[in-house]
Design a protein around this ligand. Structure first.
Ligand SMILES: NC(=O)c1ccc[n+]([C@@H]2O[C@H](COP(=O)([O-])OP(=O)(O)OC[C@H]3O[C@@H](n4cnc5c(N)ncnc54)[C@H](OP(=O)(O)O)[C@@H]3O)[C@@H](O)[C@H]2O)c1
Length: 251
């Protein structure tokens, strides 16, 4: 990915990792479009940052994406980078009598279909523009699940597999396909306590390491893995899968 001079659209840009990435890319001299549902936060992110634009997008509303895609095609025909980052995370207890598949459905809709739909909406633009790249946010829970977040982990494992196929299919186009697989990071993804959990990686440190990996091209097989990701990513290869699963899922 080029360091500067890109036009980048970030889904899930109103908070957490998406917002921090949007600001870091903007600081590097890129034009950045942030999207999300919360207009107040879109206003907040873009305030005082010329070249950073906020557009409301609800991936769960079928009418929203076509509207945003048409707007972006008109106003930002040079779009060459898509960061499909929006996602939700919810715990589920499948042993409970009242368990149903509604939470899993919401996760599939946002984390899986949301990524596929934004890819379909913006790929035609990316293909037309030089130095094109698409980066989607999976998780290091794609590689070993936390059993209390079953559909969430499975949604990220889906993205890990799907991105490999997309990368292969786009190898001649060319659109660079990257997978961002964060470790546990201080954001409000699962609630306010995560944002201050000392066991989670500080957001600024995470994004600084990601930017360094992106700009140095240090992402073998398109996987953007920070140091903290590596133990889980390679647990199976290194014969530590069962022990790591047991440590993550006590009892
Ligand atoms: N933090 C971690 O520990 C961690 C670890 C691994 C992977 N990840 C992944 O990183 C990505 C970003 O998460 P985060 O940690 O930065 O949490 P976050 O602060 O909660 O960010 C989630 C973003 O997704 C957007 N979003 C959610 N549902 C949406 C929808 N239906 N339509 C449009 N936008 C939607 C939210 O914006 P609005 O609410 O304004 O719509 C928000 O900007 C997610 O894919 C998450 O799974 C996070």
């Amino acid at each position: 990915m080029k360091q500067t001079g890109n036009t980048i659209l970030v889904t899930g840009g109103t908070s957490g990792i998406g917002r921090a990435l949007a600001e870091a890319f903007h600081d590097q001299g890129n034009r950045v479009i942030v999207t999300g549902r919360r207009q107040r936060l879109l206003d907040d992110v873009t305030a005082g940052r010329p070249g950073l634009t906020g557009i409301a997008l609800d991936l769960d509303d079928p009418a929203s994406l076509p509207r945003v895609a048409a707007d972006v095609h008109t106003r930002f025909p040079g779009l060459n980078v898509l960061i499909a980052n929006a996602g939700i995370s919810r715990a589920e207890d499948m042993s409970a009598d009242g368990w149903d598949a509604s939470t899993a459905q919401a996760i599939v809709d946002t984390n899986i279909m949301g990524v596929l739909r934004v890819t379909a909406a913006f790929l035609p633009l990316l293909k037309r523009n030089p130095h094109a790249a698409l980066m989607a946010t999976s998780s290091n829970l794609a590689f070993i699940p936390r059993a209390d977040y079953p559909a969430y982990c499975a949604s990220k494992a889906f993205l890990h597999s799907w991105l490999q196929s997309l990368r292969h299919q786009l190898r001649q186009v060319p659109v660079e396909v990257l997978e961002l697989a964060p470790p546990y990071v201080q954001t409000a993804l699962t609630g306010d306590s995560q944002a201050v959990d000392p066991r989670a990686m500080p957001l600024t440190a995470y994004v600084a390491e990601v930017m360094q990996l992106l700009f140095s091209g240090d992402h073998p097989n398109g996987e953007v893995l920070v140091e903290r990701d590596r133990a889980r990513r390679w647990a199976e290869r290194d014969g530590r899968y069962a022990a790591t699963f047991a440590a993550m899922n006590p009892g």
